[in-house]
Design a protein around this ligand. Structure first.
Ligand SMILES: Cc1cc2nc3c(=O)[nH]c(=O)nc-3n(C[C@H](O)[C@H](O)[C@H](O)COP(=O)(O)OP(=O)(O)OC[C@H]3O[C@@H](n4cnc5c(N)ncnc54)[C@H](O)[C@@H]3O)c2cc1C
Length: 404
């Protein structure tokens, strides 16, 4: 049996290795269009490769995917994050689980993952061909014919093909799969940070608030967690999660929208009001700027007092009901205008790709092209940050490699 894997990234290598372990007599070839394999693995997680997440249940794991979570939930029963950890550790890559759940090689170096893959491909005699971009797949007499970019390499036939070509930022990068009658969901970026050119946030650069509640005005999109101010706007896990949840909606809005932040981490306004009133009693003689509620960072508190319209030298005891209300409002519903996005430096993925409607998720086989399988980000699947995107690659590649 001749098997081709299109794409020498995370999903491609994982699929090829598993195919060869499942079918030792098969000839397995990986075709990679660039001159280098596993280039995203190399830079992933800031060069450390956050290869999965240590979360404890499949339900929790599948909630991390704004697109594809439901389909993945079933797939995780075949191969989940615990299987990932076993897979790598049993092949000589000891792992560590951080407090936030992110899982990294103990070496803190993505090269350990790359070396593991290269060693397995050598051991299993999997061929890896670089500079071999596949530009078309045709079904002829029950075989799949691969045509390569450049025209110099002759077309080749395979019994089965696994497409693991990763996310494409533009729809035309998926045309070769659309021509085979796969439905394509328009690609748009996910996991980006918010630009706020009209807000005075530069003075807040570097400020981090660990527990916030964030939402997008006029939508049901909300998230929680840490926010980091940058020189262009806002970043941090809560913002990245919101960008993933709203990837398509925010793209449609041209990245112009309003974000609302609750800096108190309390959902109940009355509770916030009551806490501020307590401060009025306990610190009545102190000025606003000298007593920071909810352990807010100093620069943010100064910014919020200004936003509430109150003088920073006003005493807590002189606030009155309307003053307390003003502070409670800005603390629980602080609005910022977003105009544009930037890439998060550590991780970004594509929302969109080959629609899951065109794929039988039990096998990862295409519903429209027999013997063609999919693995990884080429599909309309993407997760939030925290190792979830690689987990989707491992799980789908593991299932595709059964070639059922
Ligand atoms: C900077 C950065 C950091 C990241 N860090 C993390 C992280 O720490 N944890 C996490 O879970 N996720 C992370 N991600 C996301 C993660 O890297 C991807 O989700 C994952 O690499 C997807 O794997 P893949 O094999 O599907 O695609 P890719 O890794 O993109 O691999 C696809 C391969 O296919 C090749 N290819 C494409 N088209 C063709 C063709 N027609 N013919 C032949 N070859 C082709 C490409 O050149 C590429 O090598 C990060 C992403 C980025 C950009």
């Amino acid at each position: 049996m001749d098997i081709a894997v299109v794409g020498g990234g995370a999903a491609g290598f994982f699929a090829a290795i598993n195919v060869k372990e499942n079918y030792p007599d098969a000839e397995v070839s990986i075709f990679e269009k660039s001159k280098e394999v596993l280039s995203k693995v190399k830079v992933s997680g800031g060069g450390r490769c956050n290869l999965t997440n240590g979360c404890s249940s499949i339900a929790e794991l599948s909630e991390a995917y704004p697109r594809g979570g439901k389909a993945l939930k079933r797939a995780f029963y075949s191969f989940d994050n615990k299987d990932t950890m076993k897979w790598f550790e049993s092949r000589g890559v000891p792992l560590v689980v951080q407090e936030d759940g992110c899982v990294f090689p103990r070496s803190q170096d993505s090269q350990s993952v790359i070396e593991c893959f290269l060693e397995q491909t050598r051991r299993l005699a999997i061929s890896v061909e670089l500079g071999r971009g596949v530009k078309a797949i045709d079904e002829i007499n029950g075989k799949l014919h691969l045509t390569f970019v450049g025209g110099k390499s002759p077309a080749r036939s395979f019994d089965k093909v696994i497409v693991a070509s990763g996310g494409s930022p533009r729809r035309d990068g998926l045309l070769w799969l659309e021509k085979l009658h796969h439905k394509i969901e328009d690609p748009v970026p996910s996991l980006f940070t918010f630009k706020m050119p009209d807000e005075e946030v530069a003075e807040l650069m570097g400020v981090v608030v660990e527990k916030t509640l964030v939402s997008i005005q006029g939508t049901k999109l909300k998230s929680d967690g840490p926010i980091l101010f940058t020189h262009w706007g806002m970043s941090g896990p809560a913002i990245l999660k919101l960008s993933a949840l709203g990837a398509r909606l925010l793209s449609d809005a041209g990245y112009i929208f309003k974000v609302q932040v609750n800096w108190t981490n309390l959902r109940n306004y009355d509770e916030v009001f009551a806490q501020l009133q307590r401060l009025c009693v306990e610190h009545g003689k102190k000025i606003l700027s000298n007593v920071r509620p909810f352990a807010l960072p100093e620069r943010l508190w100064t910014h919020l007092i200004a936003k509430s319209g109150l003088p920073p030298a006003k005493k807590w005891g002189e606030l009155g009901k309307s003053g307390v209300n003003g502070l409670a409002r800005v603390l629980t519903n602080d609005v910022y205008e977003v105009n544009g996005r930037t890439h998060f430096r550590e991780e970004f993925v594509t929302c969109g790709g080959v629609s899951l409607e065109s794929i039988d998720f039990k096998t990862m086989q295409s519903k429209v092209c027999h013997n063609l399988y999919f693995a990884g980000e080429v599909m309309d699947i993407d997760g939030i940050t925290g190792g979830y995107n690689f987990q989707a690659a491992w799980t789908t590649a593991f299932i595709a490699a059964k070639l059922k």
